[in-house]
Ligand binder design. Structure first.
Ligand code: SAM
Length: 222
């Protein structure tokens, strides 16, 4: 019953504040047709990512977990013409859909999808001396979140924003006895952040068409 209400409110908010968008709708349709799981962020959340990227004046964005490129489209649209989004994806099939959707959205010049284990691609970015990213969106395999946040810290600068999705997990995150690898990943990530003087963080619980979850928001301070 709650879920029905959350979905109805998301539908209302989409209509009131987000609106229809051909490229984003097409990206979801193509993703579904190609059999990708329906686990992209919602439209209201995608727009939140877009507004946050604009607010921090992001010129370089890193995403961990592309799926079909839905959140990547929202984020890449916040970039200036000479900006860059690099999105990391382990599944070649997902990466191919993401590339096609970014192309259809006219973002192929600013957005790039790199196939492989994110941990490997992140290590490569560090080895290559990649310029710092202004915003990092972490949304891949949740057990690896502590590792991804540690890499994100190496790939950002003071003032950068790191956003991590799915940190509430239907409320399970509060269960200190949980043995769920995803819950453990989120809890360990929060311990790592709390112990890291170069990060300031908070988290917000969210409800909506994709259920009860939340985001952790981290500002790199030093
Ligand atoms: N950010 C996307 C969006 O909102 O449109 C959704 C991403 S989906 C929740 C998670 C993605 O992470 C999946 O496509 C999955 O294949 C990918 N993934 C899982 N493990 C990974 C890993 N070790 N390295 C890179 N990507 C991974």
């Amino acid at each position: 019953q709650h879920e029905q209400q959350w979905t109805a409110v998301d539908e209302y908010l989409d209509a009131a504040l987000v609106g229809q968008d051909a490229a984003l709708t097409a990206a979801l349709e193509v993703s579904a047709r190609q059999g990708l799981p329906e686990i992209a962020v919602t439209a209201t959340q995608g727009k939140l990512l877009h507004l946050l990227a604009l607010t921090v004046g992001a010129r370089r964005i890193l995403e961990v977990g592309s799926l079909g490129g839905y959140s990547a489209i929202w984020l890449a649209r916040a970039l200036p013409a000479d900006g860059r989004l690099i999105s990391l994806e382990i599944s070649p099939a997902h990466a191919a859909v993401a590339r096609a959707n970014l192309h259809e959205a006219g973002l192929e010049k600013v957005a790039e999808v790199r196939t492989g284990r994110a941990a490997d691609s992140l290590a490569e970015l560090v080895d290559d001396g990649a310029e710092p990213f202004d915003l990092v969106f972490i949304d891949a395999d949740k057990p690896s979140n502590p590792e991804y946040v540690a890499w994100a810290l190496k790939l950002t600068r003071p003032g950068s924003l790191i956003i991590v999705d799915n940190v509430v997990r239907g409320g399970q995150v509060a269960d200190a006895q949980s043995t769920d690898p995803s819950v453990l990943g989120v809890r360990r990530m929060h311990e790592l952040i709390a112990a890291e003087p170069r990060m300031e963080a908070t988290a917000v619980q969210t409800v909506g068409a994709k259920g009860y979850d939340g985001f952790t928001l981290i500002r790199v301070t030093g």
